[in-house]
Design a binder for this molecule. Structure first.
Ligand SMILES: [Zn+2]
Length: 340
């Protein structure tokens, strides 16, 4: 079959266990299917480069495109990085740290490359799927922690001078545990938003609640599995309307809404997109109501409606649309923008 002559851009999303890859054409439209291969990030970055090459080959074969037609690649990594250099180990093996992965991979495949962190990539992905409708957006993703990203009008990612900007999980919030203390955060600080809105927060709050006599007869108190396992089960329990699970998720949603109202005073993005695993739950409508409850309690009225034209909504808060391929899409879009 004759191969197409157009130019293409690849987005490669390196996760802790899988690489997701996608191809876009000159119009930034997706070509072919999303490809998934194991990432093997704990076996060293050179092993991961081979996996990335496999992903690129499968992408081009699947779309019947010559590898020579790829003009650039966008890469995202599951760890802190600055200007292409990995700054922290996170889920990676030690040899990644301090290496300019962007430049090393670019040299390895002989193509220009751009690289950002995973949440930033997903933020651009959410922009890419809505680019004809929106100016910019603020992306917030409650997962193990609470990540985020800010996309400016026109699709430019705001990364900050050192590429370390938009870490909403580590803003201080004024919420305290019942003993009056600010919870300890994994970053070394106290009282970070992530200690209230994340899987880490689910574990902490669940442990506190299960120790109360009120929940002595709760099913989660009747087995001796770890708090990590029990926290994983909370989502299913919330889907079944379990009062303890609902109470904990409600607290998380309300506090996320509170934080969003503060973030609007800084960024006024017009659109806030909530990503992460909760996007797929059956109680997501309820969760959004809790987010709105916290938001409305703490926001300025002008961040909901225009005071001049009350028909005009000034901020929309909605769920992510890009699913788990948002990161790959975002990086393909970024490569298209930079190298097109
Ligand atoms: Zn923190």
């Amino acid at each position: 079959m004759e191969q197409k002559q157009s130019i293409y851009f690849a987005g490669l999303d390196i996760g802790g266990s899988t690489i997701k890859a996608v191809l876009v054409d000159e119009t930034a439209g997706q070509v072919g299917e999303i490809i998934e291969v194991p990432s093997r990030v704990t076996e060293g970055y050179e092993t991961c480069f081979k996996q990335l090459e496999d992903a690129l080959r499968l992408l081009t074969e699947g779309a019947n495109v010559s590898q020579d037609a790829i003009n650039g690649v966008g890469l995202d990594v599951p760890g802190p990085s600055s200007d292409g250099v990995i700054w922290g180990q996170a889920n990676l093996s030690k040899d990644w740290v301090g290496v300019n992965i962007r430049d090393a991979f670019s040299k390895h495949i002989g193509l220009p490359a751009v690289m950002v962190n995973d949440c930033n990539a997903a933020a651009v992905g959410e922009y890419a799927v809505r680019r004809k409708q929106v100016g910019g957006l603020l992306y917030l993703a409650p997962g193990t922690g609470l990540g985020g990203g800010l996309v400016l009008s026109g699709g430019k990612l705001y990364e900050g001078y050192n590429c370390l900007a938009i870490e909403p999980g580590h803003m201080s919030v004024p919420f305290r545990d019942e003993d009056g203390e600010l919870p300890d955060c994994t970053c070394g600080l106290k009282g970070c938003l992530e200690t209230w809105v994340s899987l880490i927060a689910l574990r902490r709050c669940l442990k506190i609640e299960l120790a109360k006599t009120k929940w002595a007869a709760h099913s989660l108190n009747s087995d001796d599995s770890t708090i990590e396992n029990k926290a994983f089960r909370l989502r299913d329990l919330a889907e079944e309307n379990d009062p303890l699970a609902v109470q904990i998720f409600k607290q998380q949603g309300v506090i996320l809404g509170y934080a969003i109202s503060d973030l609007l005073r800084l960024f006024d993005p017009g659109l806030v997109v909530i990503g992460g695993g909760l996007t797929e739950t059956s109680f997501r409508d309820k969760y959004m109501e809790w987010v709105m409850e916290g938001f409305e309690e703490h926001c300025w009225p002008m961040h909901k409606k225009s005071p001049i034209d009350p028909q005009k909504t000034t901020t929309k808060i909605e769920w992510a649309q890009g699913g788990d391929s948002a990161g790959a899409l975002g990086m393909a879009f970024t490569a298209h923008d930079l190298f097109g």
